[in-house]
Every structure is written in structure tokens, then in C-alpha cells.
Write a new protein. Structure first.
Length: 290
């Protein structure tokens, strides 16, 4: 294949193992490799350093990168070479502490000035590193999404602040909001005028920030924001619910969802309010209707 296929724009490697012959040669002969996807099921403790080195040699051409299960398998030093990267998606479920620290190090040290899309879905902590990465972009990020099941994550406010200051063109945002992060929400809504979809999760903390969050959304949301998902671990009063929906009376709230809503927080009265605005065609869809 390396002798014949020299002009691949996209290369996808799934279920990678060290037994795949010729892969490094195949990567090396590519003249304009734009997109690289990698998925690994290698046993823990086995590393593939040659793959990282080969990707480093293609650092100037690759602008789309998808990684799944790469932590603890390959070195992520090649990330710092991807100076023209536009789209980065990383999925991990990693038990290797050493591999996590290595990944965080290279993520923080990388610079992707033309980054347009960033999605990181993992079970470890890299909010600080993502914030540092965003601060080195040229402001072209339109899509950002992060997911973690690690309840001890820190730096959520730092990340929101970075998005607020360095992502004026963002349209789709999924991130986490801690109880001390509300100070960043107003600036986020006022600076990011192109927001279409906003999804704010909590790290499973029950708190009383719901009304203040809805108040910020009511007063400062850009006109473009018509898809809203907020956490069910926060408490919301009926009055705050009504004020928020009233702010959409001159436009439609295309989708309003509550993630992980808890019975004690969401009563039949909350649902009745949603149904009222649904019947008035202000809310088009909501998971509370079902």
C-alpha cells in the first residue's frame, strides 16, 4: 500500500496493534495527509512510539485528528507539531496515571491557532489544559464540547473564562459549571454573540445556583441562543422558570432540556410551566414534556 497510496487525504486506523505491518511506511509516504483517526485496543503497558514519531513528521499537513484509547499506548508529543490543526476530538477511558499526566503536559504545551472544533471526552481532569490551549487560538472555535465522569474536576471556571475571552465565534458549547463559576456566565453570554446551543453540566453537586443562572440567561442570552440544556442538580424556582421562558416570547426556544433531573427538584408545577409555554408555542421541545 505504501508503494501505491501516496495521496491519501484521510487515514483511519481502528483496533490498532503492533502487529500491523507497514503502517509507519504508509504514513511516511503520504504527500498531503489531512485527517488521521486512531482507535486502539492494545493491552495496557504496550507502547507504540514509532506511530507518534511518524505523526510528528506529518505535523504541518494534518488538520483533523480523532483519537480513541491512545493514552498509555502512544506518546502524545506529536500534538505539539500539529500547527495547522482545525478539528480535534479525543475519547479516553484511561487507568494509567502516567499516561494521563503525559497527555495533559502535551495538550497544555500545544498551539493550534486555527482550531475550529474541540471535543474531549474522558475520565480524567484537563480543564486547565484546555483553557491554556484555547487562549492560544485565533478566536475561530465554533464548536466545543467536554465530558468527564470525574467528580473531583477543577478549573471549570478557568475554562469558561477562556471560552468567553477567546471564542467570540462559538456556536455550540457543552461544558461544566461549578457553584463558584457564575461570575463568568454573564461575560460568556455577552461576548459570545453567535451561540446557538448551550449545555451546562454540573459535577453532581446539588446547589442553589439555578435561579441566578436562569436570571443570567434571561437578561444576557444572545438572540441566537435557542437550544438550552441545564443540570438537574441545581434548584430552580417556579418564578425563575417563568421569567426565563417569558424572555423567549418574541422568539422560539427550540429546545429546553434538563439533564439528570431529580424528583425533589422538579415537581409537577415545573412540568406544568413547561407545558404552558409549549402550548403557547414558545417552547418547541423539552424532555420535561415526557
Amino acid at each position: 500500500m505504501a508503494e501505491i497510496c501516496k495521496d491519501l487525504n484521510k487515514l483511519c486506523v481502528y483496533n490498532y496493534s503492533q502487529s500491523v505491518p507497514g503502517l509507519i511506511s504508509l504514513i511516511d509516504v503520504q504527500r498531503n495527509l489531512k485527517s488521521f483517526s486512531f482507535s486502539s485496543h492494545i493491552k495496557k503497558g504496550i507502547t507504540c512510539e514509532e506511530l507518534s514519531t511518524a505523526l510528528t513528521r506529518k505535523g504541518r499537513t494534518i488538520n483533523n485528528l480523532f483519537l480513541h484509547g491512545s493514552i498509555g499506548v502512544i506518546s502524545h508529543s506529536f500534538l505539539t507539531s500539529l500547527i495547522n490543526l482545525k478539528d480535534l476530538t479525543i475519547y479516553h477511558d484511561c487507568e494509567s496515571y502516567k499516561g494521563i499526566k503525559e497527555f495533559q503536559k502535551y495538550l497544555a504545551n500545544s498551539e493550534f491557532p486555527d482550531l475550529n472544533s474541540l471535543g474531549i471526552y474522558d475520565d480524567f481532569l484537563c480543564f486547565k489544559e484546555m483553557a491554556m490551549l484555547i487562549e492560544k487560538t485565533k478566536g475561530n472555535i465554533s464548536y466545543f464540547s467536554v465530558y468527564t465522569s470525574n467528580k473531583s474536576a477543577e478549573g471549570t471556571g478557568m475554562l469558561i473564562n477562556a471560552i468567553s475571552n477567546f471564542c467570540p465565534k462559538i456556536e455550540y458549547l457543552t461544558t461544566y459549571l461549578g457553584p463558584k463559576d457564575l461570575i463568568y456566565v454573564k461575560a460568556l453570554l455577552m461576548n459570545c454573540k453567535n451561540l446557538l446551543s448551550l449545555h451546562l453540566n454540573s459535577l453532581n453537586e446539588t446547589s442553589d445556583i439555578g435561579d441566578e443562572l436562569l436570571d443570567n440567561l434571561t437578561k444576557f442570552s444572545p438572540k441566537s441562543l435557542t437550544y438550552v440544556t441545564i443540570s438537574g442538580y441545581w434548584k430552580y424556582s417556579i418564578d425563575a422558570f417563568k421569567k426565563f421562558f417569558e424572555s423567549y416570547r418574541e422568539r422560539k426556544l427550540l429546545c429546553f432540556n434538563i439533564d439528570n433531573y431529580i424528583g425533589e427538584h422538579f415537581t409537577t408545577e415545573h412540568i406544568d410551566v413547561v407545558k404552558k409555554y409549549f402550548n403557547e408555542e414558545i417552547i418547541v421541545n423539552s424532555n420535561l414534556l415526557f
